[in-house]
Design a protein around this ligand. Structure first.
Ligand SMILES: Cc1cc2nc3c(=O)[nH]c(=O)nc-3n(C[C@H](O)[C@H](O)[C@H](O)COP(=O)(O)OP(=O)(O)OC[C@H]3O[C@@H](n4cnc5c(N)ncnc54)[C@H](O)[C@@H]3O)c2cc1C
Length: 382
């Protein structure tokens, strides 16, 4: 190979941090390429603030030009093929050789995987959907608003709860007679964080009058009759349906030979290495086993930390040093609740028997911290 290249596939949270850290740490003669199908990037943790009307799309998205100014080579195109044997990726019909590869292609909402979802629901996980949800809540005249977790796994276990809290807050402030209900296949909210955390969150939902329907598997949406069709055969009505659709990985991941039957890529919990030499998987695309037969939740906080670990390991490998950086499974997240308050959860997900997670009570401080983190991220990284 005449030119030395590290290729990062996917320019979201994990990919941006990986590319920027790599550019600082790998030898200068090694090119760092960042591949993404989109020219701009949206900070997903702020999507629900489009719903509340606290943000405009332009405030939470950025072009990727700034990354080019940092010496990262941007390739805008669709990753279509991956050949770990030949150390080659295919982007828009062009083959690109790599010495090391970081796969950070995330997981995308795929409403088409649930019959009737596209017709009957608004997708909360896109810019257009979050804006449409905001309009629908501001025009809502009364009745039942259902937040639906369609399938597992999905990214950001806090988000459905946040959506429920924020929707309830909007409707209460408008003085509309409405009931907010959350349907999820999970046994309780944020189950990876353990039962105590789930119960605490369930209690907080209850305090706000939000109905929690846990362990409810929805088979399809009967959009004509505005009903969820549950696996049990029962039906549940709604007047407005806001959904976290089923997720799946990019086609290139599913056909790569790196993914298992789930469509996600098994990765080493400490190093994020895949079975293929020189190939790492980070963030939502990775499937990482933790205690209790569970998997690490899909969240930006982990994607970012993993990106730093992988960039550091690659830099050491390319400098012929022993790579020592490892991912420790620690992470935290805010749960925005509307009314200017948020809760804060922090945990160790690699603890031996089960993750240890603690939840700080809702306060204005956590909400302001969430806003500060958004500002920091958009200024520092994007
Ligand atoms: C509403 C919402 C709220 C959230 N809140 C939080 C939060 O508070 N805290 C938190 O930690 N996490 C949160 N998350 C989750 C967080 O956004 C994700 O976990 C994180 O973005 C994962 O990073 P990633 O790099 O793995 O993937 P992504 O950030 O999704 O990036 C993947 C990139 O790959 C690109 N791509 C995909 N396929 C292709 C292809 N074939 N060719 C080229 N490019 C491709 C995409 O365009 C995208 O830019 C939230 C998510 C949502 C939707």
């Amino acid at each position: 190979m005449s030119e030395r290249r590290v290729v990062v596939l996917g320019g979201g949270i994990g990919g941006i941090v990986a590319a920027r850290t790599l550019r600082k740490r790998v030898p200068e003669d090694v090119r760092v390429l960042l591949v993404d199908r989109d020219q701009s990037y949206t900070f997903a943790p702020s999507l629900l603030w489009l719903m509340t009307g606290d943000r405009e799309p332009g405030q939470i998205s950025r072009g990727r030009e700034r990354l080019a100014r940092k010496g990262i080579e941007l390739v805008t195109g669709e990753a279509q093929g991956l050949d770990p044997g030949r150390r080659m990726v295919r982007v828009d019909g062009r083959d690109i050789a790599y010495e090391r590869l970081v796969i950070a292609l995330g997981a995308q909402p795929a409403p088409e995987l649930m019959p009737g979802l596209r017709e009957g629901a608004i997708d909360l996980y896109t810019t257009e959907g979050a804006l449409a949800a905001g309009s629908a809540l501001r025009e809502f005249v009364g009745g039942r608003v259902v937040i639906l977790v369609a399938r597992l796994p999905y990214k950001c276990p806090a988000a459905p709860n946040e959506a429920a809290f924020l929707a309830e807050s909007i409707l209460r402030r408008r003085g509309v007679r409405a009931k907010v209900a959350l349907y999820t296949p999970e046994p309780y909210p944020m189950p990876t964080a353990g039962e105590a955390m789930g119960k605490a969150l369930a209690g907080m939902l209850g305090e706000r009058g939000i109905e929690l329907h846990a362990q409810q598997v929805v088979e399809e949406v009967d959009a004509g009759n505005k009903q969820l069709v549950l696996q049990s055969g029962e039906r549940a009505g709604y007047d407005l349906l806001l959904a976290i659709p089923p997720h799946r990985t990019a086609g290139v991941v599913r056909i790569s030979g790196l993914a298992n039957e789930s469509g996600f890529i098994p990765a080493d919990p400490a190093t994020l290495a895949t079975w293929a030499d020189g190939v790492y998987a980070i963030g939502d695309v990775a499937q990482i086993p933790i205690a209790g037969g569970k998997f690490l939740p899909k969240a930006g906080v982990f994607a970012k930390a993993q990106a730093r670990v992988v960039a550091s390991r690659i830099a050491d490998e390319l400098r012929h040093r022993e790579p020592l950086a490892t991912f420790d499974g620690k992470g935290s997240c805010f749960v925005d609740m509307g009314d200017g308050v948020a809760a804060f959860a922090t945990g160790e997900f690699y603890a031996e028997d089960a993750p240890t997670v603690s939840l700080r009570r809702p306060s204005r401080r956590w909400h302001l911290s969430k806003v500060a983190f958004e500002k920091y991220w958009l200024a520092r990284w994007a």
